[in-house]
Design a protein around this ligand. Sequence first.
Ligand code: PGA
Length: 249
Amino acid sequence: MRQMIIAGNWKMNGTVPETEALLKALVDGDSRSGRARVVVCPPFTSLYTADGILKGTHIALGAQDVSAKEKGAYTSEVSVAMLLTVGVQYVILGHSEKRQYHAESDRLVNEKAKLVIGNGLTPIICVGETLEQREKGLTEKVVGEQVDGTLSGFSADFLGKSVIAYEPVWAIGTGKTATPQMAQEVHAFIRNRVAGIDPKAAENLPILYGGSVKPDNAKGLLEQADIDGALVGGASLKADDFIAIIKAA
Ligand code: PGA
């Protein structure tokens, strides 16, 4: 049985007071799920505060990125060791906004993922095609190459410690969602591709869907055979909406 995960990607939202308010609403609200692991990924500046609130609760903490370097003269970067001191368990890697605005490559994501896993954390590795690529019929080519590149050199053991998120770029923050069937097709394709590394690890790999997941579309997506959870942006900033998505799992 694959682990189901509902993860909130807060992006560049959440001052420390806002983090406290939102996390208290989640912890005090009915945010438990019988099936899914709940994860929140606030910005770096909120992680310490978030750890204080979430410690001992059912909600796990994630970061939105990490440096590929371990320490040293890398102004503005945040290391894995730093994340470990604030209770982080998951790290989003290769989000399309990082790929788009910071030229993050599959190779860099691969380097970061190996460092993250080597330090006992779980990477949430994002892949997904743009609208132009989909319209040209390149979805499988693009996503397949991203999967191969970001997981390059992975053993079955490393795969067993990873999570993938399929996030079609055209569905992120746009209110346009892939239909459950469209998403399922790509998820099955990804699982099949990853089976080339190790069939059993591929079978156990959680593959999350992301891109305008909302309370009213979550159930249809989460019912699909190869969709093992959601990476939620905008709707994770409202406690009621995020809870409704958790309850749809
Ligand atoms: P969205 O973002 O739910 O606001 O579309 C998802 C994501 O980018 O992870």
